[in-house]
Each structure stands twice: as structure tokens, then as C-alpha cells.
Design a protein around this ligand. Sequence first.
Ligand code: ADP
Ligand code: MG
Length: 562
Amino acid sequence: MQTLFHTLGLKSEIMKAIEALGFEEPSPIQKQAIPALMSGADIVAQAPTGTGKTAAFAIPIMELIDPAKRVVQALVLAPTRELAVQVAEASHSIGRNCRVNVLPVYGGQAYEHQLRGLRAGAHLVVGTPGRVMDHIRRGTLQLDTVRIVVLDEADEMLDMGFIDDIQLILDQTPKGRQMALFSATIPPRIQTLARRYMNNPQTISLAHEAKEVPLTHQVYYETQPRGKRDALTNILDMQEPHSAIIFCRTRSEAADLASTLQARGYGADAIHGDMSQAQRERVLGKFRANKVSLLVATDVAARGLDIPDVTHVINYDIPDDADAYVHRIGRTGRMGRKGEAITLVTPRELRLLRLIEKDIHKKLKPLQLPTQEDVAARRTKAFMESLRETLRAGAGQPYGLVAAELAEEFSAMQIAAGAIQLAFEATGGPVLPTGPVSDGRITQADTTRLVLDAGRRRGVRPGDIVKSIAGDAGIPGSDIGNIDVQAEATFIDVRNSVASKILELAAVVTLRDGDANLSLARQKSTDSPTGQQPKPKSAGKPRPRDNERGRPARFAGPKGKR
Ligand code: ADP
Ligand code: MG
């Protein structure tokens, strides 16, 4: 694997370890901190969580340590036992080929084990201030051979009241030693500490740079937790992303969501922490080659790997904070290209969304979730567009002969409609309500107006009405014309010839909150004070409806990919 770490001039042992970790390029903080520390400077580095600070100091430490000298040469202080262990493990991986001994030292573990490690000649000690102080008091740890001290998460250590221990520890280290301080924030107390113990420190700050994502279009959709999967597939059907990363909070959620998407016919793969490096690389290879267009990932999995630029980042689960948000959506819209960042938000997560917006100084645009009707309409439009292109270019001669032969039996309109139906069915496109096609459209004169005693307030949607009436009365959807949903009532124009059949067989429409009744409308609208007919919103065309298999109707069009 080619990495961009070679510009830093590291030992080959360290380069190999970095390759094995799958790091391809130094993170911004690493780009600045590694050369500074290797030049011998003291640094105060400010960068948000998850920006690779550990390697930013662990790499220079490994460069500095002389494994032949079996004394403590580097000391890292971290606020908690977990962090100390984490930093020790990360340092160990980076120094794995350098024959450097790394020893974590923290409270809650027996002294005996730590003493053995110290006696065996630990080169790098990573510890919590309290336990390090204990070892100094007992005389089991000498710091006079230390060449570099790092305070990791310095602000947190001060918040936890470790200032006295830290000062006592620093007093034990030699004068000329190097020092680095890493912190998410730099409050005045840290500046005081830096002035007192550091030698003309360089300041490195990334907090600002990391939060700029100018070219990406950022939107959010509010959805109920239970509706998230359908919301996602409708969004995918509307947008048909060329390549998208879909972020989930947990490994199991990522794995589940990827299987659901596969089951619903999308090209999707999961990438998460339960997979080996080799498995991840395989999935990533397929994604890079665009053999799958959707990669379902956890933050951790996505972070450790080099993921190519994508057209869409979808936060299926909202990230925990602004840094994670910026990190995720930074995967798209790179190098001057436009990207889409979509976040699903449940009502309970709206507060978190507001916090993120405040932090990134940007409001996300709220959008209405697309319905299945929107999806079908969009696909129908895409189909019509490509059909128009074909017609303009002139359909091939042999097809014309087929059409001519059929024309002896059917009208041109019937032939075209039949061909379109076959094309839709063949591509799994939106299946529209079926029934024989006549040459005529429904016109006002052909129709009878019915009224349903329920409207917008009770959640009436035109698609549901078509489904219910057409289904119950056994008539084609094409016999139903304009549907006008008003607040308390819905007006439905149906072909004269089927009106009585509908009133006989489909007079009760079942809505989510109960039944509603259909009757013949007086020719005046009840809602309109002027007594005029409600204005039809669209031409008297039937609405597309869902297909029978209960999954989103889908037509990718000739250019779509699955
Ligand atoms: P921080 O201390 O800034 O919160 P960490 O040092 O814990 O961040 O690093 C966060 C994650 O990023 C870790 O999983 C680490 O392995 C990974 N990482 C660090 N540097 C790189 C890099 N150059 N390329 C890819 N991943 C990296
Ligand atoms: Mg850290």
C-alpha cells in the first residue's frame, strides 16, 4: 500500500507499522505536530477528538527512543485508565518493529505487575497522574532519563484536579527535556502550565480548519424511529446516488441495515469493526470500483480507512457531535465537487441537531420526506424523458414493423401503453394501476363528483384513495380522475360509467384512524365560501400507486444503476 507518510522522513520500521495500521496519509494534526516534535520543539496542540492526536505524538516518541538504553525515555500522562491503556496500545502498534517496551501504569492494577514491567526496562511509560506519582514516591520510577513528556487530553486532566500531581511529576523530569501538550481546548490554566514548564512552545491549532465544509449541500429529514428504513429507501429512490456512505451508530445496526438494503434490491455492503482488515479492504475495493453504490459504515470503520470521495453522505443515525458530523460529511464534496449530506433526525434528536448546527455555524435545511408516490412520479418522468430521447432519435426500423403489424389490431395509444407497461415491469419500475386503455382521457364532462367526509386533517392521501376505491370496486385506477383533498373533505372525480358501482361496493374507505364515507357530491364544494367548484390541482390523470409486493415501486431508467 502506498502511504503519504514518506514525506515525514520516518524510520522504515515505523513506516511498516503505519502501513499495517492502514493509515494512508497523515491527518492534519499529524502533518504539523510530527515534524515539529522531530525537530525537538515543544508544542501546544489543539485539535478535536478523533483527529489522530495519539499517533501525532507516538510516532515522534518512537523516533526518539533508543531501544538499546533500557531506561524510561518517554512519559505520557493521560486522564483515565481507559485512555492510558488506549494510548499504550496505539503506541505499541506504532513501535511494534522498533523493539520498544511500552508500559501502561494506572490505578486499580496491582503494583507487582507494573514493577516487573519497570524493572524489565520500559522505554515509554503511559500513565495516569495519580499512579505515576505513587511510583515516584515509592522510588520505583525515576524520571531523570526522560527525554520527552506528553500531556494527552490536558484540559481533562486539569478538570479532574490533577494539577498538583502533574506539577510534581514535571518537576522530576530533567530541564532540557522536550514537552508536548495535547488538548481539545486551551483554557488559561493550560497556558499558565505551558509558560511555566515549556520552552518557547509552538502552537498548533486545528479547531477552526476542521469545521469548514463549504461545498456540501446539507439537509435533514425528520422521521419517527420506526419509519427510518422506509424513509431511507424513499430517499435513495428519489436521489439514486452514484455512491453513498450511510453512517450508523453501531456495528450491529450497520450490518442489519446493509442486509435490509440488499433484501430490498440495493447494491449495499457493510463495513464495521467486527470485520478483519482484509474483509474491510475487500468491501472497500468493491465500493471503489462502483460494484456497490452504498457503503453502510460505523464511524470507527470509516475513520481508519481511506474512503474515496462520494456523491452522498447519509447520516442514518445522527452523529454524536459536531466534530463527528464534520468528519462524516467531509467524505463528500471534496476538491470543488458538489456533495449531498443528508441527516435523518427523530423528534427526540432535534435538540442534538440544534447543538450541532450551533457548533458548525450553519443551519441544515429541513425537507419533507419523499412519499412512494413522489418516487413513482419521478421514475415515470425519468422513463418518459428517455422514451422521448429515443423517439426524437427515431426508433429502429424493425420496431416500426412490429408496431405496424400491431396497429392492424389496436390503436396507437393502446400499443404504446402496452409497450410501456412491459418496459416498466421488466425493469421493476413503478407498477401503475392497470386496466384497459381507451383512447380518451377523462374530461370534466365524463365524470361524476364524489365526496369523502374526511380530508387533510385525517391524513387522507390521494394515493390511498385510489388504492382503496379501485381495489374495493374492482375498477381500474384510470377510471378515477382528479382528487382534491381539502381540510375536512375530499372530492373525487370518477368516470360516469363506474360511479354507481363505486358507491355500491366502495362507499366505506378505511383510514388510519377509522372509516370515512363516500357519497355523491352536491355540485358545490362544502369548503369554498363562494360556492364554486374547488380548483383541480392537476390534470385528470390517475396517480401512480404502489405495486403489490409491498416494496417501493422502482424504475431506474436506462441510466440508473443498481
Ligand atoms: P484523538 O486522540 O485525536 O481523539 P486518536 O488518536 O484516538 O484521535 O485517533 C482516532 C482514530 O483515527 C484511531 O482509530 C486511529 O487509529 C485513527 N487514525 C489516526 N491517524 C490516522 C491516519 N493518519 N489515517 C487513518 N486513521 C488514523
Ligand atoms: Mg486522544
